[in-house]
Design a protein around this ligand. Structure first.
Ligand code: CA
Length: 225
C-alpha cells in the first residue's frame, strides 16, 4: 500500500483520482490549497506527492521548492498548462515528473509505478557509504570525509582504506591487504602495506588522537569503530 498526497483544488478531479487510486488499495489524502498541502507534505511521510501547478494560497512551484528544501519525497506535477517553459520550471523546482492535464488515469498510474520502482531499486542497492567514527567513505563517488572536511587520497590509499572499513573490527593480515588492494601485480613485499598505512594515517588521523587504524603486532592492521 502506498501513501499518496494529492494537492489539487478541483474537487471533481480530486475525488475521481482519489477513488481510482483507492481502488488499487492506496492510502490517499487530499489537500485543496498550497499551504495545507505543504503542511501535510512536510509533516508526514508519503510515497509520492501529486501536485497541481495552479493552486490557491501558494502555487505548485513554490510548494515544490519548499518541499525540496527539506525532503526528497517524489513529486509529480500536474497542470493544465503545457508549455515547455512550465515543464522546465516544474522540473527545475525539483519535481520528479510532469503530467499535463487532462490526463488518462492509467498514464498517471504508470508514471507512479516508475517512481515506486526507482525507489525500490535505490533501496536495494548495496550501501555505498562506509563509516568509522567521524570518518565517512563514499565508495561510489570515491570521496572521503572526516566530519565535514574532505580528505584527498591517492587511488591506492583509497582502496586500502575502503578494504579496512569494509572489514572494520576484523584483523587484516598484511598478506590479505596486499592481495585485496594490490592484487596479482603484487610481486611486491608486504612492507608496501606498512608504507601505505603510514601515508593513510598521515592523511586521516588527527594529531594527538588515537589512530583510526590499529597496529596488531605480528598480524597486521584493524580498523576500529
Ligand atoms: Ca488548479
Amino acid at each position: 500500500m502506498k501513501r499518496i498526497l494529492f494537492i489539487e483544488d478541483e474537487p471533481h478531479l480530486s475525488r475521481f483520482v482519489e477513488m481510482e487510486l483507492r481502488r488499487d488499495a492506496n492510502d490517499v489524502v487530499l489537500a485543496y490549497d498550497g499551504v495545507t498541502g505543504l503542511h501535510l507534505a512536510l509533516g508526514e511521510e508519503w510515497d509520492v506527492i501529486l501536485l497541481d501547478l495552479m493552486l490557491p494560497r501558494m502555487d505548485g512551484l513554490e510548494v515544490c521548492r519548499q518541499i525540496r528544501t527539506l525532503k526528497k519525497t517524489p513529486v509529480i506535477m500536474l497542470t493544465a498548462r503545457d508549455s515547455i517553459s512550465d515543464r522546465v520550471a516544474g522540473l527545475d523546482c525539483g519535481a520528479d515528473d510532469y503530467m499535463p492535464k487532462p490526463f488518462a488515469i492509467e498514464e498517471l498510474k504508470a508514471r507512479m509505478r516508475v517512481i515506486f520502482r526507482r525507489q525500490e531499486d535505490s533501496a536495494e542497492a548495496s550501501p555505498s557509504l562506509l563509516t568509522c567514527r567521524d570518518l565517512t567513505v563514499n565508495v561510489d563517488l570515491r570521496v572521503v570525509m572526516r566530519g565535514d572536511v574532505e580528505i584527498g587520497l591517492t587511488k591506492r590509499e583509497f582502496d586500502l582504506l575502503a578494504v579496512l572499513m569494509e572489514n572494520a573490527n576484523r584483523a587484516m593480515s598484511r598478506e590479505t591487504l596486499l592481495d585485496k588492494v594490490w592484487g596479482f601485480e603484487a610481486a611486491v613485499d608486504t612492507n608496501v602495506v606498512d608504507v601505505y598505512i603510514r601515508y593513510l594515517r598521515n592523511k586521516i588521523d588527527v594529531p594527538g588522537q588515537a589512530s583510526y587504524i590499529q597496529t596488531l603486532r605480528g598480524i597486521g592492521y584493524m580498523m576500529k569503530t
